[in-house]
Each structure stands twice: as structure tokens, then as C-alpha cells.
Design a protein around this ligand. Structure first.
Ligand SMILES: Nc1ncnc2c1ncn2[C@@H]1O[C@H](COP(=O)(O)OP(=O)(O)O)[C@@H](O)[C@H]1O
Ligand SMILES: O=C(O)C1=C[C@@H](OP(=O)(O)O)[C@@H](O)[C@H](O)C1
Ligand SMILES: [Mg+2]
Length: 187
């Protein structure tokens, strides 16, 4: 596998770093960066939060499925998804079949800490965001694992370290001529 012929997709819970890691990864690879939430915002002309409030989650999931279908047909690049992208079976199939999918796994406690000042994620605007993140983790972790080709633990490493880990372990970085094959990311 080389960077030039792969569409990498990042999946995981809100706050797992899909957008931040994906943007830096694309820059390092000098490939296009795609983010399904940004594409939804562009199409709808409003923020995700506003869209949820005005149209509801079911309508959001319809648009999200259309956007994932379109973006997974893109050429090589890095695609960051929204945390709920794995909820629909057709999204899971499209991601798994058309992309190299990496699950950025994080513990709910780490996610709650990262997102404690965030007001833009509609599902987390509740009294107890940690409880909600635990519920989302329990419901979705099996779906992320089913969809992913690789799982990456994101608890301790910085964003830059995670990008380096992906580049090295998937051997997407420019390789020295004598380079051997490194270990795959664990599942
Ligand atoms: N590995 C990490 N270590 C520390 N902070 C992180 C890490 N990954 C993401 N963050 C921070 O968490 C917040 C949410 O990241 P974001 O990329 O928006 O997540 P997602 O797109 O998965 O919801 C951002 O403030 C980001 O800087
Ligand atoms: O987990 C979810 O269901 C959602 C996650 C969000 O994306 P992030 O994972 O980037 O926060 C966004 O797509 C929407 O608010 C729904
Ligand atoms: Mg995001």
C-alpha cells in the first residue's frame, strides 16, 4: 500500500481526534483532506449543531449517509468522519470496502476531558457528558471495530505522535530503500 493510492478513513467517538489527526495526516501526506461534517455544513449552509436543532438527528443521518457515499468514492486522501458514521450498515460497508479504515480509540474519561469546553457537539450538550460518552462507547465500540482495518489507542500520545504512528505503522511515510515491513496496527 502506498499513500498515493489509498483513501484513509478515520472513525471513532467525538473527541477521539478524527478531524485534528486527519488534517495533519493529510498535510504530511500532501493529499486532500475531507471531513464529512464539514461537507455537511457546506451543503446545508449551517453548523452541525444548528442543523440538529432545526431538522433533528434522523435527517442529519440521511444527509450523512449521502455524504459518506460521495466522499468514499473520492480518490486518495484522508477522510475524517463524524462519530455516528458507523451507525448505519450501509455506511459501515462503504467505509470498509472503499477505504483503509483506522479506529481512533479513546476512553470516555479522556474524551470528556478533551471536550469539557466544547459547545458544538449536540449529543454532548447534557448534564453529564461523561455518562453519555460511556453510553456511546458501549453502543458503538463494536461497530467501530467491525468497520475498521486497524485500531489505534489515542489515550496518551499527542496528535503529532499519532500521525507519526499512523505513517510509520501503515508504511505510508516515504521509505528508505532498504526498509523492511513493520508491524501492522493491532485490532
Ligand atoms: N491525541 C490527542 N491528545 C490531546 N488532545 C487531542 C488529541 N486528539 C484530539 N485532541 C483534541 O480534542 C479535541 C477534539 O478533537 P477533534 O479532532 O475535533 O475530534 P473528533 O473530530 O474526533 O470529534 C480538539 O480540541 C483536539 O485538539
Ligand atoms: O457522534 C455523533 O453522532 C456525532 C459526532 C459529530 O462529529 P465528531 O465525532 O467529529 O464530534 C457530528 O457528526 C454530529 O454531532 C454527530
Ligand atoms: Mg470531527
Amino acid at each position: 500500500m502506498t499513500a498515493g493510492d489509498t483513501l484513509l478513513a478515520l472513525i471513532g467517538l467525538p473527541g477521539s481526534g478524527k478531524t485534528t489527526v486527519g488534517r495533519m495526516l493529510a498535510r504530511r501526506l500532501q493529499l486532500p483532506f475531507l471531513d464529512s461534517d464539514q461537507e455537511i455544513e457546506r451543503r446545508m449552509g449551517c453548523s452541525i449543531r444548528q442543523f440538529f436543532e432545526e431538522q433533528g438527528e434522523a435527517r442529519f443521518r440521511d444527509i450523512e449517509a449521502e455524504v459518506i457515499d460521495a466522499l468514499t468514492r473520492s480518490g486518495p486522501g484522508v477522510l475524517s468522519t463524524g462519530g455516528g458514521a458507523v451507525l448505519r450498515p450501509e455506511n459501515r460497508a462503504r467505509l470498509h470496502e472503499r477505504c483503509r479504515v483506522i479506529y481512533l480509540h479513546a476512553r470516555p474519561e479522556d474524551l470528556a476531558r478533551r471536550l469539557r469546553r466544547d459547545s458544538q457537539r449536540p449529543l454532548l450538550q447534557v448534564d453529564d457528558p461523561l455518562k453519555r460518552l460511556r453510553e456511546l462507547h458501549a453502543a458503538r465500540d463494536p461497530l467501530y471495530r467491525e468497520t475498521a482495518h486497524d485500531v489505534l489507542e489515542t489515550g496518551r500520545p499527542s496528535v503529532a505522535m499519532l500521525v507519526n504512528m499512523i505513517l510509520m505503522q501503515l508504511e505510508l511515510a516515504p521509505q528508505p530503500a532498504a526498509g523492511g515491513t513493520g508491524p501492522a496496527l493491532g485490532r
